[in-house]
Design a binder for this molecule. Structure first.
Ligand code: ADP
Ligand code: MG
Length: 352
């Protein structure tokens, strides 16, 4: 049963559709990330869910009830922004209490709930401080407490960690997931950072130009991208073109890459060119001539646990990342020839 549904949601700015008939179903308690490049419509979609922007088409349903015509304060959603958006002239306590005061909650209950919320984000004792007296990470925690204190049905986070430095960003993302799971709150987390999305999400909705390209678990998004865009945007890929030597049957063909032949599970006519992708860590290098594709080692970069090899076959460059435990990089000399191979099942086919 889905808890939050977007049904054919559309947003148009100046006659341009920036959100195009978007459909998405999120289960209760699930953490779903919106992941996509800048300008693809993440914030616009979140603002329509929160009620800060009207939809130009479609419906938004929460817990069985349409909410897209309600004002923001009637939608029972908590929102956290990239720039924290705290009230600078109010103390931490008053910032967190704000939504409860608006809702005419009694003074004693406000006290209990604000205290609880600040404990949850590990800011007990900071009640009397002002936002400018806090670090960026602490300000973002206040903002999270302010969103959660109203006990919203849905938590919306718009790039909440983007203003923090790398180390703090990692700590905070783990903290957010911990709190999210503890409270069990249905959450949408917007980010343009693929590692962040892979690390924290139950499912990721990959967005591109106002559309959801694919919604799946992090593992499925990485290992089975369904579109060209998802293949290229998540992780790194080598793009390869092969020549179809023979169509074997309705769903298999024999493909040659400069003499390296393999059977692929796709239907393509003889003599056509086929595009596919392989991730750098799925390439195997052998220093003996043991079949596969012969390449010259152009460069190698020691990266600690692994080494990155830049390999050249004719004009075509490949990137291979190999664990230094699996292959001693001293054995792979720059300028020499080696063979590369991969398992055909590790190829990512390009479906449009
Ligand atoms: P993201 O959050 O993914 O970076 P946005 O949702 O902010 O993207 O923007 C999506 C597209 O809509 C962009 O092309 C942006 O320029 C445009 N846009 C966003 N807000 C407005 C607005 N208020 N008026 C006109 N165009 C807008
Ligand atoms: Mg945005």
């Amino acid at each position: 049963m889905s808890y939050l549904c977007l049904e054919n949601v559309v947003k148009t700015f100046n006659k341009t559709e920036v959100v195009k008939k978007m459909n998405l179903e999120i289960k209760q308690g699930e953490l779903v990330s919106f992941l996509g490049p800048s300008g693809c419509g993440k914030t616009t979609t979140l603002n329509m869910i929160a009620g800060f922007l009207d939809v130009d088409g479609g419906r938004i349903v929460v817990d069985g009830k349409p909410v897209h015509l309600l004002p923001p304060n009637k939608r029972e959603m908590g929102m956290v922004f990239q720039n924290y958006a705290l009230f600078p002239h109010m103390t931490v306590f008053d910032n967190v209490a704000y939504g409860l005061k608006l809702r005419k909650v009694s003074k004693s209950e406000i006290h209990t709930r604000v205290t609880e919320a600040l404990e949850m984000v590990r800011l007990a004792g900071y009640e009397k401080r002002y936002p400018k007296e806090l670090s960026g990470g602490q300000q973002q925690r206040v903002s999270l407490a302010r969103a959660l204190v109203i006990k919203p049905k849905v938590l919306l986070l718009d790039e909440p960690l983007s203003n923090l430095d790398a180390k703090l960003r990692q700590e905070m993302r783990e903290e957010i997931v911990e709190i999210q799971k503890k409270v069990g709150i249905t959450t949408i987390f917007v980010t343009h950072d693929q590692e962040e999305a892979l690390a924290i999400s139950d499912r990721i909705a990959v967005m591109y130009e106002g559309r959801i390209e694919q919604v799946d678990t992090p593992v499925a998004i990485y290992n089975h991208p369904q579109t060209d865009f998802v293949s290229r945007f998540i992780g790194e890929v080598n793009q390869i073109q092969g020549q179809v030597v023979e169509a074997l049957n309705d769903n298999q063909c024999l493909v040659s890459l400069d003499g390296y032949e393999q059977v692929l599970s796709v239907h393509q006519p003889k003599d056509s060119v086929i595009d596919f992708y392989i991730r750098p860590e799925k390439i195997q290098i052998s220093i003996e001539n043991s079949g596969g594709l012969q390449v010259r080692v152009e460069r190698k970069m020691f990266l600690g646990a692994k080494t990155r090899y830049i390999l050249v076959n004719k004009e075509k460059h490949f990137i291979a990342d190999i664990s230094n435990v699996a292959l001693n990089p001293d054995l792979v000399k720059e300028g020499k020839h080696v063979c590369i191979k991969w398992n055909p099942e590790d190829l990512l086919a390009t479906k449009k």
